[in-house]
Every structure is written in structure tokens, then in C-alpha cells.
Design a protein around this ligand. Structure first.
Ligand SMILES: *Cc1c(COP(=O)(O)O)cnc(C)c1O
Length: 384
């Protein structure tokens, strides 16, 4: 076709909120002026609303991994034992970070598409009473699987260990009761459900974690949780903040307040439910063996079709960017995102496109089957 609209449909970066784009194009703003200090203070206040907790928040000018690194380097000492729940590419990142900072990592590894069960964490904690921290992904974006954060949190809370959650695609897509479940560090990133470009990372840090921070001995300079959390208290960052991104974040968080934190989560959950229904209706298999995530739905490519061809079809035929599998999952799966600024019309389009692409690749498809499944979920939800 002659006109193709570029659509970014990946689980990070995600589609940008127009109000955030407008806010980011504001004229020059110096970070030590009152105007910007107000922006900073409001962003932290609204991040606490998004987190649903009054715990202090540290905001970094970095991608999400910067806050992951800070939680390792600031809270643990070399030689300390930690448990890493590893069931995907991002779980592997925790293992690499733990090793990079000299921690002794006990890795509970599950194959891609599976979850680490809370009972496995409980057992590892019993066998290793000297463990100082447990690391996990709330939503493992590489496989489209969610972990049972509530059950794990309640287990870890009974011990001295800190519970550190990479919630970069969990925040805004699944409930995370920071205080009720004992979540010590909860990490988010700007290019996921908060609908702005990459470049900001944030972490909510509990009193238990700050206590441990006082005695932790590792090396870091820029990535100080304490310096960045303190900067947020009075709106004076320790280093030059990413001013334009923070203007965008302010606008996006205002939008999230209007929509409501719970409704933003329900939006993702409904789109996830519809994606699973559509995949099923098209005879496609989900990659998640259990606990499919609300952030992204990972679908196995039909037998004999490299998922790269589906990704290419989206791009070439419709100007849409969807995600392939990462690492060894490349070619095997493709991923439909629905976190942040996604709505049902996005999914109607995505599945209509997928049907056309699959038919073009020789797969047996009755047009409208997947779309109808999405419509059905919409119709049921709209009745409420
Ligand atoms: C996107 C993502 C990250 C962070 O990656 P960056 O490239 O550093 O922003 C980490 N964990 C998960 C689960 C993610 O989805």
C-alpha cells in the first residue's frame, strides 16, 4: 500500500504519549531553577503514586539497567550470598550484575518460558540462611512470563534478605503491593509502561534496604541510590538530570493519575487476555508455560515459519515494529506488546495484520478469527 504509518509495537520502547512528546519539546529549562525544581519534586511525588508507596524513590538518567546496577552495588558487599531467579534474558542480567560486583550468586535457573516458583526460593533460603538478597523479574519481558511476586515477597520478608524486583515491565501492568508484600527495591524504566523514550530509570527503596545500604561495601560513584533519592527530596539532583525526559515523565504521570494506577494495570491485563484469546483462536501456541505476563504476549511461530519473517512482514507491509525473540528464542517466537499507551484498536490492527502476514506465509488462516477474539474480550469488558 502507498501510505504506511510507522507504529512502534514493542515492549520497550513503547508508543509515546502525545502529551509527553509536547512536554519534552518545551524550551530550555535550567535544572537549578525553581521551574525545574518544581518539575522534579512533582515527578517524584507522582512516581510514588505509581508505585503506590511512600518509600523513597531514586531517579537516574540512565536506561533501566542503571537502577538494576545501583541496587546491586549500593546494597551488597563483595562475597555476600544472594539468590537470583533466572528464567530469561533479564534474569541472566541479574546474574551478570551480581558477578560483576563480586557477590556469590545462587542461581535458580528455569528454562525460557517457565517461572521460578516461590517454593524454590523458600527452599534456597532455608538451605542458605546467610543469603542477603533475592533478585527477580516481576515480568520477564524476553519470555512473556510473570513471577508470583506476592508469594515470593511474603517468603523473603520473613528473613533478613532484601527482595529486589526488576519491575521494568511489571510496573503499570501488574499489581505490586510494595508495603504489603515486602518489596524492598522496585525498579522501573521510562521506555515501558510510562510511555516516554528511553533514558530514565527509577527505584523505590524500602527502610529495610536503606538500613542495609549503610553497611554495604561495594564501589560506585555516579550510581548512588542515596544521592539520587536525596536529590529527589528537594528537587536538586546530584548531577545534571535528563531535563527534557523528566518534563515528559511529568506529563505521562499526570495522565496515569487521570486514568488511575489500577485502571492502567487493568488495561494491560485486558489487552493481554485478548492477545492470548486471539493467539488461541488462530491456533497459535503461547510461549509462557505458566503465568503469562500482562506486559507482553510471547507467541510461538507456527511450525516451519521463522518468526523473523513475521516481524519482517509487520515492518515491510504495515510499517509496524514488533519484537522478535531474544537470544536463542530469536526465530522461534514473536512478541505482542500491550503496556502503557496501547489500546484495543491497536490490537484489532495487530491481529488483522498478523492474519494477513501468516496467510502470506502459507499458514492456514480464516481472516477475522483472531480479530473477532479480541473484539469479544473488548465487548465483554465494555459491558461492565
Ligand atoms: C527493558 C527491560 C530492562 C531494562 O533494559 P534497559 O535496556 O537497560 O532499559 C530490564 N528488565 C526488563 C524486564 C526489561 O523489560
Amino acid at each position: 500500500m502507498y501510505v504506511r504509518k510507522l507504529r512502534l509495537l514493542t515492549p520497550g520502547p513503547t508508543p509515546l504519549l502525545p502529551a509527553a512528546v509536547r512536554a519534552m519539546s518545551a524550551p530550555d529549562m535550567h535544572h537549578r531553577t525553581k521551574d525545574f525544581v518544581d518539575v522534579y519534586v512533582n515527578v517524584i511525588k507522582d512516581l510514588k503514586y505509581l508505585y503506590g508507596s511512600d518509600n523513597q524513590v531514586a531517579l537516574f538518567a540512565s536506561s533501566g539497567s542503571g537502577a538494576m546496577e545501583a541496587s546491586v552495588s549500593n546494597l551488597f558487599s563483595p562475597g555476600e550470598k544472594v539468590i537470583v531467579c533466572q528464567a530469561g534474558k533479564f534474569g541472566e542480567r541479574w546474574t551478570k550484575l551480581a558477578k560483576a560486583f563480586g557477590l556469590e550468586a545462587i542461581v535458580i535457573e528455569e528454562p525460557y518460558g517457565s517461572v521460578v516458583e516461590p517454593e524454590q526460593v523458600e527452599k534456597a533460603l532455608k538451605e542458605n540462611p546467610d543469603v542477603k538478597g533475592v533478585f527477580v523479574q516481576a515480568s520477564e519481558t524476553s519470555t512473556g512470563v510473570a513471577h508470583d511476586i506476592e508469594a515470593m515477597g511474603k517468603i523473603v520478608a520473613k528473613t533478613d534478605a532484601l527482595f529486589i524486583i526488576d519491575a521494568i515491565t511489571g510496573l503499570g501492568t501488574m499489581p505490586l503491593d510494595i508495603e504489603g508484600w515486602g518489596l524492598d527495591v522496585v525498579i522501573g524504566g521510562s521506555q515501558k509502561a510510562v510511555m516516554i523514550p528511553p533514558g530514565l530509570a527509577f527505584a523505590s527503596v524500602s527502610a529495610k534496604a536503606w538500613e542495609k545500604e549503610k553497611t554495604a561495601k561495594n564501589r560506585y560513584f555516579y550510581f548512588s541510590l542515596k544521592a539520587h533519592a536525596e536529590g529527589g527530596l528537594d528537587g536538586n539532583s546530584p548531577f545534571t538530570p535528563a531535563t527534557s525526559l523528566m518534563l515528559g515523565l511529568g506529563a505521562a504521570l499526570e495522565f496515569i493519575r487521570e486514568v488511575g494506577r489500577e485502571n492502567l494495570i487493568e488495561n494491560a491485563q485486558l489487552l493481554a487476555k485478548a492477545s492470548r484469546a486471539a493467539a488461541g483462536a488462530l491456533g497459535l501456541e503461547l510461549f509462557a508455560k505458566k503465568n503469562p505476563a500482562s506486559s507482553v504476549t510471547a507467541i510461538r511461530s507456527p511450525e516451519g515459519i521463522d518468526s523473523g519473517k513475521i516481524v519482517k512482514g509487520f515492518r515491510d507491509d504495515f510499517g509496524a515494529i514488533i519484537a522478535n525473540g531474544q537470544g536463542t528464542m530469536k526465530g522461534q517466537i514473536f512478541r505482542i506488546a500491550h503496556l502503557g499507551y496501547f489500546d484495543f484498536p491497536d490490537l484489532f490492527g495487530t491481529f488483522a495484520e498478523l492474519e494477513l502476514i501468516l496467510a502470506g506465509l502459507g499458514h492456514d488462516v480464516t481472516f477475522g478469527t483472531g480479530v473477532a477474539a479480541v473484539q469479544k474480550v473488548y465487548a465483554e469488558a465494555a459491558k461492565k
